[in-house]
Write a protein that binds this ligand. Structure first.
Ligand code: TRP
Ligand code: SF4
Length: 418
């Protein structure tokens, strides 16, 4: 069992290389270079992997439509650990993406036993933070979105229990609501295409969420009426479960095409032209025409105390409205990559890569690449003491939080309107 990939476990120690080899996630490097501007989270090695991101990179470059969606489970107040995905969503919206954010209250209620009132209360804080960071687009609570629930039901016709067991390790005593929250997440990921039409969709998540993406890609494929394949000298449009009238419509859409039992062969047209036309025909005949969703995977920021960052370990992180005193205590007590004594630190220098203070800067607090490189250099050369470094970092954290809070207060009305 892939216990390290259980999205609900607290074990975040994932072996990135193994995941790539085992599950077919691609390193982000090459495809990132196709972007007109490589965002900080890719440059700095925070987003490490992807599935099918080239569809999205091309949409950004060519200014063609694409969606961006992610979801947050409101099992507690949002904190530092949620910032990365938020920034990724906002960045993609700024690149022209059509933005969606799901508040996964069904999941929080089913898996964590959070009351609906608390879901609402926490959910609002996530939405405030998102809007404060510049999000624009559609947000919803799973429990209040009827079209989502219908889509989840449709998706559930394509998934059986043995898949649930294989992917998530569900057993005979797994609650049905847990399975329902999984299929609701599948629907979340496909929802933008239902709402605003088929288009590449980027889902920025942490590595732990990949099982949901694998499942959703499988479901999206199964929900298609047709497959369209380049066979070299022709394009084969094959019916999987299309009504006969739809196959007939495909035949008519491409003059000169040949219709056989269950497939139509098209010649002399580029693949994407055929794909687009088939999608439209599919939708006209009651289908969805989904693109398989694309995803990016970021690594997790370690907790300030050196362990994992999680809501259940308050010292590992801080919330956006936490008091200055409490934040100071946590930052000043953070685990560093410094040496045992000041003398050693001066002689040997610190180890930024093993330091939660450095990583806090790398992930969120130092926007400027030159300043970040300078921090690493001062650390490694022994020029900077950890005490001084923490003080400087704390100033950045305080400024960041103050600004974020002001913005969150100012957008409160937006978070209430859903
Ligand atoms: N399961 C996700 C989590 O635990 C939350 C989530 C719900 C989500 N729906 C989603 C994430 C859709 C990405 C896409 O955080
Ligand atoms: Fe970490 Fe700063 Fe100490 Fe270097 S100087 S180990 S970055 S706290």
């Amino acid at each position: 069992m892939h216990s390290e990939m259980n999205p609900w476990s607290n074990n975040q120690t994932v072996d990135v290389d193994r995941l790539f080899a085992e599950f077919g996630i691609e390193p982000i490097g090459e495809v990132a270079r196709r972007l007109p501007e490589v965002p900080q989270f890719m440059r700095r090695g925070i987003v490490v992997g992807h599935r099918d991101y080239s569809l999205v990179a091309d949409a950004i470059r060519n200014k063609t439509p694409f969606h961006v969606l992610t979801g947050f489970m409101p099992s507690g107040l949002p904190h530092l650990g949620h910032l990365m995905v938020m920034k990724e969503v906002v960045w993609h919206v700024q690149q022209g993406g059509n933005g969606y954010v799901a508040v996964a209250d069904r999941e929080a209620h089913a898996v964590r036993g959070i009351s609906w009132e608390k879901c609402r209360e926490y959910g609002k804080e996530y939405l405030k933070a998102l809007y404060a960071l510049g999000f624009e687009g559609t947000t919803y609570y799973q429990s209040k979105n009827d079209r989502l629930k219908d889509l989840a039901f449709e998706a559930s016709t394509k998934v059986n229990f043995s898949e649930m067991t294989a992917i998530y390790g569900f057993g005979p005593d797994t609650s049905l609501s847990h399975a329902m929250s999984v299929i609701t997440q599948v629907a979340d990921i496909l929802f933008p295409q239902l709402d605003a039409g088929p288009a590449p969709t980027i889902v920025p998540v942490g590595l732990d969420q990949d099982p949901h993406l694998r499942l959703t890609r499988d479901v999206a494929y199964k929900l298609r009426q047709f497959t369209v394949e380049d066979r070299g000298d022709h394009i084969s449009v094959r019916s999987k479960n299309a009504p006969e009238a739809a196959l007939e419509a495909v035949h008519r859409a491409f003059p000169g095409s040949k219709k056989y039992a269950g497939h139509v062969d098209v010649r002399g047209l580029p693949l994407d032209r055929v794909e687009d036309a088939v999608r439209e025909i599919e939708i006209a005949h009651g289908g969805f025409g989904f693109y398989l969703p694309s995803s990016t995977y970021h690594i997790f920021m370690p907790g300030l105390q050196g362990g994992k960052m999680s809501s259940s370990a308050p010292e590992s992180s801080f919330g956006f409205y936490e008091s200055e005193k409490s934040v100071r205590k946590k930052v000043m007590a953070a685990k560093t990559g410094g040496r045992m004594t000041l003398e050693e630190q001066k002689r040997l220098g610190g180890e930024p890569d093993a330091c939660s203070v450095y990583l806090l800067n790398l992930f969120h607090m130092l926007e400027d690449d030159v300043e970040l490189a300078d921090l690493a250099r001062r650390c490694e050369s022994g020029e900077l003491t950890c005490g001084q470094c923490k003080k400087e970092t704390l100033e950045r954290v305080n400024a960041f939080l103050k600004d974020l809070r002001d913005r969150m207060d100012a957008v409160e009305h937006l978070a209430e309107e859903v």
